[in-house]
Design a protein around this ligand. Structure first.
Ligand code: PMT
Length: 223
């Protein structure tokens, strides 16, 4: 990485796990801590980018210099990202977005009763898929894939289906990888079929490696 290589670029990063409310006091969510996304935002700021961080709830302090947009649900994240997408050069989607939300959000706290409680879930919009559809040639789109099986096949499929330039796949069953940890173990998948397995590394170091890959891709397509 070189200091200032993101100068003049606008970078939008999403981070954290969305929360899908069930009633005024409960929600469905996932184990994302936001560390991966916040590390990417901080690294991009260090390298001179103008950074927007669209974040689901986390316990982290946002990196100084980021424009923070706080959201809770997948639909709020969808709206926040879509409103800003056309002005961005690079979008990196590290957030763990809930694929489904409770169909009905109760106005009052759901009461305990004798029988089984059945929740009906409906599909959330796939933000990354929509971005892939709208992407302009000057924009670089980076997605993540959190997999527990068939990493290679699932990653290749997500890369193509979502029209990404780069996909960062983590096998979240490995110790030291994925949700919550300070480190991650990933494999990078490029559009041209290249792949690169990276060793376990601190999420802050990995963030810089991902940004290196973005700069390399942009120098190939925009020079
Ligand atoms: O936050 P940490 O604790 O540091 O953990 C990091 C992480 C494991 C959350 C991160 O490395 C990661 O893998 N993030 C993506 C998690 C995820 O939702 O993966 P997915 O395979 O379900 O989704 C694929 C991609 O589509 C992701 O870029 C996701 O942001 C995006 N997506 C998914 C669903 C949806 N409705 N909209 C989306 O945009």
């Amino acid at each position: 990485s070189s200091p200032g290589d993101f100068g003049g670029l606008k970078v939008l990063v999403t981070a954290g796990g969305t929360r899908e409310p069930l009633d005024p006091v409960r929600y469905i969510s996932n184990r994302s801590s936001g560390k991966m996304g916040y590390a990417l935002a901080a690294a991009a700021i260090q390298r001179g980018a103008a950074v927007t961080l669209v974040s689901a709830p986390t316990s982290l302090d946002p990196p100084a210099g980021a424009e923070l947009v706080s959201v809770e649900t997948a639909r709020q994240m969808y709206q926040a990202v879509m409103e800003r997408f056309s002005t961005q050069d690079v979008v990196i989607k590290a957030a763990a977005v809930a694929d489904y939300r409770p169909k009905i959000v109760a106005d009052q706290k759901i009461k305990k009763s004798d029988g089984t409680l059945i929740l009906e879930l409906e599909k959330n919009p796939d933000i990354l898929y929509e971005l892939g559809q709208r992407k302009e040639p000057h924009q670089t789109l980076v997605g993540f894939a959190a997999e527990t099986e068939d990493l290679e096949a699932n990653a290749q499929q997500k890369l193509r289906k979502k029209n990404l330039d780069l996909l960062v796949a983590n096998d979240v069953t490995q110790p030291g990888a994925g949700f919550g940890a300070d480190t991650n173990i990933v494999k990078l998948f490029y559009r041209d079929g290249r792949t690169q397995s990276l060793p376990v590394m601190d999420k802050k170091t990995l963030a810089h490696r991902i940004l290196d890959a973005v700069i390399e891709l942009r120098s190939q397509t925009h020079s």
